[in-house]
Design a protein around this ligand. Structure first.
Ligand code: ZN
Length: 424
């Protein structure tokens, strides 16, 4: 383990406080000292990173990761990828996320049962670059739900794992637990692009949701859900789901339910895919008119209302916009930060906290991950600029001068910044 000193940084610590100048020492994977008076720390025996007033901040946490998704136009495209290619794709995506400053990823779902799991294991063993991961299960869905692409006369694979009734749900969740998933995913509502069940329908029964949650709990796992319809949001809260994605159709009763559980749950608007389909889908066959017809503008408008309300009520929201589809390529995940500001009304500081401090909490490591604090895990980014003034800069790899994960320097271009500044 290396000792690393960051000298002359502007630290944005993830609490929401203003950035402050300091030196920071990392040892044995942890942030050990933050010295607000520069020059207090000795650089002896350390690798020193000259920060030159650049912003040092927590590593980003992708709160709705699909690291096994890549380039899909239709959901069923993911089902067409053979397992061997799919594993390689997932491996490349994991590196892409880390290259773009995501030092952690909370999986919203995988598209084949063991993809997230094996990549997480390889990353943990130090054999592959990638974020620290909570591996997801496939999307457990009922017949006719989101992720069931079958036709009566013909089988089609997608990202779903189809299970109906208490017995099959029990078995599906147990299977995912046996194979090593950290997060179980269930699709409670339909989806606007899904052939049989649109987003306004709540298609997984209360008994099925209750069963999934209870089995996940038995195995000590977290549970996420896809929930667009108001009824599905209420069912998720009532049954004890941990992370409730989408929620844009939440009515007053659903908002009250989410607020009542705010110390326990997280929500995630997954807004990137909605924006991407509306405005950047044309090359992939989604004209703006089609996207509007499929409800994307309504979802965007509803999301703004609902997330404004949830923010006021103190419900914790996560960044992560279903990156991994054609219109939301992996590596552009940090666009969600600016989307939170432009589309949902968050302040830049609030949006960044959704991508750092709250991310640490959803990873189950709230007291040691997601902030720049003494004793915390040293997952750090040194960025060339002020993200609070320009969140768009977080999307571009070239602005991430240092990426540190677990106290190890994964990327360090601080020396070339020094020589560029000297030349200028
Ligand atoms: Zn998703």
């Amino acid at each position: 383990m290396t000792r690393v000193m960051f000298r002359n940084a502007m630290i944005w610590d993830g609490t929401g406080a203003d950035a402050f100048p300091a030196d920071l020492l990392v040892d044995n994977g942890r942030i050990v000292t933050i010295a607000r008076t520069p020059g207090q720390l000795s650089g002896e025996g350390t690798t020193t990173v000259e920060c030159r007033g650049m912003t040092l901040m927590p590593g980003l946490v992708e709160g709705h990761a699909h690291i096994s998704f890549g380039g899909a136009i239709k959901d069923s495209d993911l089902g067409l990828i053979p397992p061997e290619e799919h594993l390689l794709l997932t491996m490349r995506n994991a590196k892409t996320l880390l290259d773009h400053g995501f030092t952690s990823a909370y999986s919203a779902a995988t598209s084949k049962l063991r993809l997230d799991i094996v990549i997480r294991n390889e990353i943990n063993a130090g054999r592959l670059p990638g974020p620290r991961m909570r591996a997801g299960s496939p999307e457990i869905t009922v017949t006719g739900g989101l992720g069931d692409e079958r036709q009566q006369h013909m089988y089609h694979e997608s990202f779903g794992m189809i299970a109906d009734g208490v017995e099959e749900i029990t078995k599906a969740v147990r299977l995912c637990c046996r194979e090593g998933a950290d997060n179980i995913k269930i699709n409670i509502s339909g989806d606007d692009l899904s052939p049989a069940a649109h987003g306004g329908l709540t298609v997984m029964s209360e008994a099925e949701v209750m069963t999934a949650v209870s089995v996940a709990r038995d195995f000590g796992k977290k549970i996420n859900c896809h929930a667009r319809a108001a009824g599905s949001v209420k069912r998720a809260v009532k049954c004890g789901v941990d992370v409730i994605y989408h929620c844009e159709s939440a009515d007053e009763e659903a908002l009250d339910a989410l607020e009542s559980a705010k110390d326990r749950i997280f929500v995630g608007p997954a807004i990137g895919i909605i924006y991407g389909t509306l405005y950047e889908g044309e090359p992939f066959g989604f004209t703006h008119e089609m996207a509007v017809k499929f409800g994307m503008q309504r979802i965007l408008d509803d999301s703004r209302k609902v997330y404004t309300e949830l923010r006021k009520r103190g419900v914790r929201a996560l960044i992560g916009g279903d990156y991994g589809f054609a219109q939301t390529p992996q590596g552009t995940n940090a666009r969600d930060l600016k989307h939170f500001v432009d589309l949902l009304g968050y302040s830049p500081s609030e949006a960044l906290q959704c991508g750092t401090r709250l991310g640490g909490q959803v990873m189950g490591l709230g007291d040691e991950l997601g902030m720049v604090k003494e004793g915390f895990i040293a997952d750090l980014l040194l960025v060339n600029g002020d993200p609070l003034k320009d969140l768009d800069m977080m999307v571009h790899e070239k602005n991430l001068i240092v990426i540190m994960k677990d106290g190890e320097l994964y990327k360090d271009q601080s020396a070339s910044v020094a020589s560029q500044r000297q030349a200028a």
